[in-house]
Design a protein around this ligand. Structure first.
Ligand code: B12
Length: 224
């Protein structure tokens, strides 16, 4: 079992999408993230374990190489492609307990930031927890968050940022949202964030763990 999760992590790290992909050359003809994820699901491994120990672990490793200048943007993009292809098999499990919507959540990656893998995972977990999720995409301006909130009337708004520079845009976005909707719970997350920073910008919730965001949302629904 550990072996297949390790293989999945390796496929994501090296950008091996599926058996048909010609890249990387030394893995030509071998199964990729696509087939291995399906195999892992069929062998009974819990999808959240495949997600954490396989797919996210692979992204963590390519991220580390990228940081050390041992991998470059195209390498990271092909890893993201491998991850997203595998996610197609994982998604239905997170969505399956969707019975009746508990409420509506707006989610987006903040202005200047194009990273969406984390945001998509958070959205998927919240959706799987029974919430309707309105995903406004990446590079989202404060104005767009506020305008969409006006039309969609969500119960909460989730902001994601992956760059230390774009993280700073969260402050303005939280201020703009709270200026129009003072009671709107705003949840923030993304690799560079800390609890301290989240508190300093008046966000209502921060965690690196999307599952905890879902617990928080379920709780506000009870107390509303
Ligand atoms: C993939 C990736 C890319 C891809 C993005 C593809 C895509 N579709 O998302 C591409 C190649 C496009 C890219 C581009 C860039 N990237 Co980049 N990228 C990454 C990488 C390798 C992985 C990010 C990722 O997807 N992680 C996996 C997900 C699952 O993790 P996550 O996003 O943190 O989300 C989890 C939690 O944080 C949490 N979470 C996330 N959001 C939220 C929200 C809420 C509300 C909650 C509760 C929780 C939560 O839940 C998620 C699931 O557990 C990271 C390195 C790393 N290890 O993080 C660098 C990294 C983020 N990138 C970096 C950089 C510098 C860039 C570029 C500037 C590079 C360049 N020179 O062009 C550009 C910026 C483009 C832009 N304007 O946004 C730096 C940032 C450094 C910094 N201190 O700011 C990093 C850290 C790499 C590094 N070590 O140098 N990148």
């Amino acid at each position: 079992m550990e072996n297949i999760l390790e293989k999945i992590a390796l496929c994501v790290e090296r950008g091996k999408v599926n058996k048909a992909s010609l890249f990387p050359a030394d893995l030509k003809g071998e199964e990729g993230a696509d087939e291995l994820t399906l195999k892992a699901i069929n062998s009974g491994i819990h999808p959240s374990e495949i997600l954490n120990a396989g797919l996210i672990e692979g992204m963590r490793r390519i991220g580390e190489k990228f940081r050390l200048n041992k991998a470059f943007v195209p390498d990271v993009l092909i890893s993201a492609k491998a991850m997203n292809t595998a996610m197609i098999h994982i998604k239905p499990f997170f969505l399956s307990n969707e019975i009746k919507s508990k409420g509506k959540v707006l989610i987006g990656t903040v202005m200047g930031d194009l990273h969406d893998i984390g945001k998509n995972i958070v959205g998927m977990i919240i959706r799987g927890g029974g919430w309707e999720v309105i995903d406004v995409g990446v590079d989202v301006t404060p104005k767009k968050f506020v305008e969409t909130a006006r039309t969609e009337k969500p119960d909460a708004i989730c902001l994601s940022a992956l760059l230390t520079t774009t993280m700073l845009n969260m402050e303005n976005i939280v201020t703009e949202i709270k200026g129009v909707f003072p009671k709107m719970p705003v949840l923030v997350g993304g690799a560079p964030l800390t609890m301290e920073y989240a508190k300093s910008i008046n966000a209502d919730f921060y965690s690196p763990d999307p599952q905890k965001a879902l617990d928080f949302l379920n709780n506000i629904k009870h107390t509303k």
